[in-house]
Ligand binder design. Structure first.
Ligand code: ATP
Ligand code: MG
Length: 386
C-alpha cells in the first residue's frame, strides 16, 4: 500500500500580524483550498503551519506548480508522516535517507508542538547518530549535500528532504480589491502581480480602441489576464471601448498633451468602474522617467483625477529588473508580441514632459459631456472571466 503524502506549508508575513493573524490565515487557507480543489483529503491548520494531506502521490507535480503561485506562502515541502514517537521518526527518516544519494548531511528538527518530550537538539543528535552508524555518512552543519527536515506536529511528525520557495507576501484578498490598468506591455502585468503579492485582489481593465488597435491586442490582454489569474484563483477583465473618447480628444486637444489627457480619461473610466466593483485603489505599470507620460510632472497631472490611491509598484525599478520578474511569472513572452496601444496613437513626436495641471484642465474644458462619454463607454464594456 502506498503511504499518504503530505505538504507542509509555511507562510510568510502572516505570523507578524498580531490580532489580525486569524483573518490572514483564513484567507490563505481558503485560497489554498480553492486552488487545489479535488486534490487533497484534508487541509489542517495547526500552530503556525498548514498541513495538506494529498489524495494520491501522482498529483504532486501539479500541486507543487499551484502552490508556487499562491501569495502568502513562504515555502512548502512534500513530506512523509509518521506517529509522534522517536522510534517511528528514526525509522521513517532512515527510510527516506536510504533513497537518497549523498555523503554529508544534517538534520534540522523543529517542534511546532512543544509538548513533544524531546528537544529539537535531542532529535537532531539521535537521528544524526543513527544515519552515521547505519549508513556511514558524515554530519556537516554548513554546506551538507542533504538536509533532512523533521517537523514535530500535534499528532504526527512530518519528514522532508527538500523545501520549495513560494511567492511570499500576503494572501490575495487580505488587503482589499483594486483595479489594474492593464496594457499589453511588459510593465502592467508585473505591477498587477506585485499588487497580488501584497494581498490585493485585482480586477483588470484594458482600454481598447477597435478602430486603431489590432484584434490580436485583445488576445494578448486575455492571455496575460489568464496567466495572472493563476496567482489569485481567477480573474475578471473589463475591455472598455475608447474610440468615441479618443475621437473627441484627437479633434480637440493638441498632440503634445494628448497622452496626459488620454490617461486622465482612462482614470475617469477607472473611477467609474471602481464604484461598480467596490475597488479601493488603482494599479499601473508606471516606472519613473521610462516614457514621456511618466515624468513626475505628468504623473501629477494624471493622478490628480483619480478618486482612489494610485499604486505603481514599479515606480523605482529599472526595465531589466521588471523584465526579470516578467520572466519569472511567465508574462514576458506574451508581453513582447507586437501590438498597438491606443495610448500611443496620434501623440506628438515631442510630447509634453512637464505638464501643468491648470493648462491640462483648461484643455479638458473644451470637451463636452465628459460624464456621459465615460458612462457610455463603461456601459459598453465587455466583461470576461477567467
Ligand atoms: P506597459 O508595459 O505596462 O504597457 P509602458 O511602459 O508601455 O507600460 P505606458 O504605455 O506609458 O507605459 O503606460 C503606462 C501605464 O498606463 C501602463 O503600465 C498601464 O498601467 C497603463 N496603460 C497604458 N495603456 C493602457 C491601456 N490600453 N489600457 C489600460 N491601461 C493602460
Ligand atoms: Mg504600454
Amino acid at each position: 500500500m502506498k503511504e499518504n503524502l503530505f505538504v507542509v506549508v509555511h507562510y510568510d508575513e502572516i505570523a507578524l500580524k498580531g490580532k489580525n493573524r486569524f483573518f490572514f490565515e483564513k484567507k490563505l487557507k481558503n485560497n489554498i483550498s480553492f486552488a487545489l480543489k479535488g486534490h487533497f483529503k484534508k487541509l489542517e491548520h495547526k500552530h503556525d503551519k498548514m498541513y495538506l494531506e494529498l489524495n494520491n502521490q501522482e498529483d504532486s507535480f501539479l500541486i507543487g506548480e499551484k502552490l508556487k503561485n499562491i501569495p502568502g506562502i513562504a515555502y512548502f515541502a512534500f513530506a512523509r508522516a509518521c506517529p509522534l514517537e522517536l522510534f517511528h521518526i528514526k525509522q521513517k527518516t532512515l527510510e527516506i535517507m536510504e533513497e537518497r544519494n549523498f555523503s554529508t548531511f544534517r538534520v534540522s528538527a523543529r517542534r511546532s508542538n512543544k509538548k513533544f518530550p524531546h528537544s529539537s537538539q535531542e532529535i537532531n543528535e539521535e537521528i544524526g547518530a543513527l544515519i552515521v552508524s547505519k549508513m556511514q555518512k558524515k554530519v556537516k552543519l554548513k554546506g551538507a549535500d542533504e538536509e533532512i527536515f523533521i517537523e514535530i506536529g500535534s499528532n504526527k511528525a512530518f519528514i522532508y528532504p527538500r523545501k520549495t520557495q513560494g511567492v511570499g507576501g500576503l494572501p490575495v484578498g487580505s488587503s482589499g480589491k483594486v483595479l489594474s490598468s492593464l496594457s499589453g506591455g511588459i510593465d502592467s502585468p508585473v505591477a498587477s502581480f506585485m499588487a497580488m503579492k501584497r494581498g490585493l485582489k485585482v480586477v483588470f481593465v484594458h482600454i481598447f480602441n477597435k478602430s486603431i488597435n489590432e484584434v490580436q491586442t485583445i488576445s494578448k490582454v486575455e492571455n496575460l489576464t489568464k496567466k495572472l489569474s493563476e496567482f489569485q484563483g481567477g480573474a475578471k477583465l473589463y475591455i472598455v471601448p475608447f474610440e468615441e473618447i479618443q475621437k473627441v480628444i484627437i479633434a480637440t486637444i493638441p498632440s503634445e498633451v494628448r497622452m496626459i489627457i488620454y490617461r486622465r480619461f482612462m482614470f475617469r473610466i477607472l473611477n467609474n468602474i471602481a464604484l461598480r466593483e467596490k475597488a479601493k485603489g488603482f494599479v499601473t505599470g508606471d516606472s519613473l522617467g521610462q516614457v514621456a507620460s511618466q515624468t513626475l510632472e505628468n504623473l501629477n497631472c494624471i493622478h490628480k483625477i483619480a478618486n482612489f490611491p494610485v499604486l505603481s509598484p514599479l515606480i523605482g525599478m529599472n526595465k531589466n529588473e521588471i523584465i526579470e520578474i516578467a520572466r519569472k511569472i511567465g508574462t514576458f513572452e506574451e508581453s513582447i508580441l507586437p501590438y498597438g496601444d491606443c495610448c500611443s496613437f496620434m501623440v506628438a513626436r515631442h510630447p509634453e514632459t512637464k505638464g501643468k495641471i491648470e493648462k491640462i484642465e483648461r484643455f479638458e474644458e473644451l470637451i463636452e459631456n465628459v460624464e456621459s462619454l465615460i458612462d457610455d463607454c463603461v456601459e459598453k464594456a465587455e466583461i470576461r472571466w477567467y
